[in-house]
Design a protein around this ligand. Structure first.
Ligand code: ZN
Length: 335
């Protein structure tokens, strides 16, 4: 039997920045989502591991985040564990992974989670001086997720996380200029280290009990995370923690996509063509055109005699460069 999870406002000072939660859930004892928090460019950057500020969470509130996926054999198990507890999280996808597993990105979005991005191929950007590298990595990660999402683009956010949390002032400025919000972390679970699932659980909870709230970093590509996640969600519930789901402003996502144009490199375009083929095989409806693509406008054939048309063109003043470029880019005239 289905029922509605309690629609709770956190109230107080955070009330203005919260939306009520009203999601279907088939588990009456679920951890659930206590509130939805819209996060906009004005709120960033956040995460005490990298900055002096973080999200305005109340005591015992957590935001769950999963990095580096999706991946075939683990992300579905993470999604299942979250579904069982009716919890929504944010997934910071890596571009090459999203390109390889578009179905999983779409399933993550369909389950109601937020999609953030984490570069094209997980390069540590502080080690690259070339501004084009940041442009390609950050823009590539965002556009790969956008393409992989197909019809589920509403889940895409301008939330961005630096690989290895490696950032500097130049990169922070680049991210902000391009309309992205750097979302670092407050609490790490160390799930990328060679430790047991139980150790991940213990470390995460111990750090949380110390800080009482925060953005938690986990990885959906790690088996130890898959193993410990159901127990972590249970412990959060038992110890009175509440899950906050961060969501983007869709307009801001579109601005970031436009500012960071889709990389035009051959390798990226080939990868996207493959992703689109994969999506088409899933039976998804037609994809929207890539950002920046201008739909050719069908022109009705002119009924004026050719000589008259030529004369009128020659009599017109010389086009300005911008207008000329537009004429050049226009489709050929109808025969
Ligand atoms: Zn990562």
């Amino acid at each position: 039997m289905k029922f509605w999870v309690a629609a709770m406002m956190a109230g107080g000072v955070m009330g203005a920045a919260s939306l009520p939660v009203r999601a279907e859930c088939s588990n009456p004892d679920a951890l659930g989502v206590s509130r939805v928090m819209p996060v906009s460019v004005a709120d960033g950057p956040v995460g005490l591991a990298s900055y002096k500020r973080t999200l305005a969470l109340d005591d015992h509130e957590v935001v769950l985040t999963f990095d580096d996926g999706p991946i075939a054999n683990r992300t579905p198990a993470v999604l299942k564990a979250l579904e069982r507890e009716c919890v929504k999280a944010t997934f910071f996808t890596v571009g090459v992974m999203a390109a390889a597993y578009p179905k999983l990105v779409q399933e993550t979005a369909q389950a109601g989670h937020t999609i953030g991005t984490h570069t094209w191929s997980h390069r540590y950007l502080t080690q690259r001086r070339n501004r084009n590298a940041a442009d390609f990595q950050i823009g590539g990660g965002l556009h790969a997720a956008n393409v992989a999402l197909g019809e589920e683009k509403a889940a895409l956010s301008p939330f961005f996380r630096f690989p290895g949390l490696n950032h500097n002032k130049r990169l922070d400025a680049f991210v902000a200029e391009n309309g992205l919000i750097s979302v670092s972390v407050d609490i790490v679970g160390d799930d990328w280290l060679f430790i047991t699932p139980d150790q991940v659980l213990q470390r995460t909870m111990a750090r949380l009990e110390q800080k009482k709230k925060g953005i938690i970093l986990l990885h959906d590509i790690q088996n130890r995370t898959v193993q410990m996640l159901p127990a972590l969600l249970r412990q959060l519930k038992e110890r009175g923690y509440r899950v906050v789901h961060i969501v983007p402003d869709e307009t801001e996502t579109r601005v970031a996509l436009a500012k960071l144009g889709e990389p035009q490199s051959r390798s990226f375009q080939i990868a996207m063509a493959r992703t689109r083929t994969k999506i088409a095989k899933l039976g998804a409806p037609d994809l929207a055109p890539v950002p920046g693509f201008i739909e050719p406008v069908e022109k009705a054939p002119s009924t004026r005699p050719l000589a008259e048309r030529v004369a009128s063109i020659e009599a017109a003043p010389a086009p300005r460069p911008v207008a000329f470029a537009r004429v050049q880019a226009a489709p050929p005239p109808a025969p």
